[in-house]
Design a protein around this ligand. Structure first.
Ligand code: DGL
Length: 273
């Protein structure tokens, strides 16, 4: 197979990375996409760094064995822990990671106060501290570790009293603190956007890195002459270490969740084959 026709491999600890995949799909519809949900090992956020590195290497090997021409670490936690290892281990393939969208949030805030909602690993990590030092030195940043929220999304709970009860104690200090812009620093959280706004009111701006990652992928493919030739749209194939039927059902639901202000046509998820 011509390498340009090869798929892009995207992965996360579970279904959260689909919030990135849908942006890639929207920007680069001709690209074939392989999505690996490492659901049997989800969440990554409460695991030791060495265990996260081991899982990301194992998942990358699966995607590369299926011919992936580029790898996307669609997980802030895995990026902050494992990106250098992945790049060193697989030097022949470009590896795109992601970081919480602190830079655009710092540029957008009018109150001078932003929040970052992320896993405990991401909140306490050096990567986020460095981003805040570099891009938000004059902005007040309220960090909110949200250890239970990944499980809420993995359970398919996107709205309703139970979700809002989980969100309330996390969001209350942000509202009280006058935050006007919230960074969703975990790829699971864009699926909770509507529930978050029900708790905070509609004026809070929610920022995530999905679109920026999609643009980065486009630039890397362009620079290496790896863009899919077209003319037809590429397939989206789902792989998982978890229960395939359950993950497929949840993924289909999540891909139909409209992103703030937009209604994406959900791609059908091809069988793993
Ligand atoms: N979606 C992952 C992230 O962006 C969740 C990490 C986890 O599994 O704890 O951080």
């Amino acid at each position: 197979m011509n390498v340009r026709s090869a798929p892009i491999g995207v992965f996360d600890s579970g279904v959260g990375g689909l919030s990135v995949l849908r942006e890639v799909r929207a920007l680069l519809p001709r690209e074939a996409l392989l999505y690996y949900a490492d659901s049997a090992y989800c969440p990554y956020g409460d695991k030791a760094p060495a265990a996260i590195v081991d899982r990301t290497v194992a998942v990358a090997e699966v995607l590369l064995a299926r011919g992936a021409k580029l790898l996307v670490v669609a997980c802030n936690t895995a990026t902050s822990v494992a990106l250098p290892t992945l790049r060193a281990r697989f030097p022949a393939v470009p590896v795109v990671g992601m970081v919480p969208a602190v830079k655009p949030a710092a540029a957008a805030t009018r109150t001078g106060k932003i929040g970052v909602l992320a896993t405990s690993q991401t909140v306490s990590g050096a990567v986020l501290a460095g981003l805040i030092r570099e891009h938000a030195p004059t902005v007040e940043v309220i960090l909110v570790p949200a250890p239970g929220l990944v499980a809420v999304v993995e359970a398919g709970d996107l709205a309703g009293p139970r979700v809002e009860a989980a969100l309330c104690p996390l969001l209350a200090p942000l509202v009280a603190g006058g935050v006007d812009t919230l960074v969703l620093g975990c790829t699971h959280f864009p699926f909770l956007g509507e529930a978050i706004r029900r708790v905070t009111g509609p004026d809070l701006a929610l920022v995530d890195a999905g679109e920026a990652v999609a643009r980065r992928i486009r630039d890397v493919l362009d620079a290496r002459a790896l863009c899919a030739p077209g003319p037809r749209d590429g397939a989206v194939t789902l792989l998982t270490s978890g229960d395939e039927a359950a993950v497929r059902a949840l993924a289909t639901r999540l891909m139909a969740v409209p992103r703030a202000g937009r209604c994406a046509a959900p791609p059908s998820l091809a069988a793993a084959g």
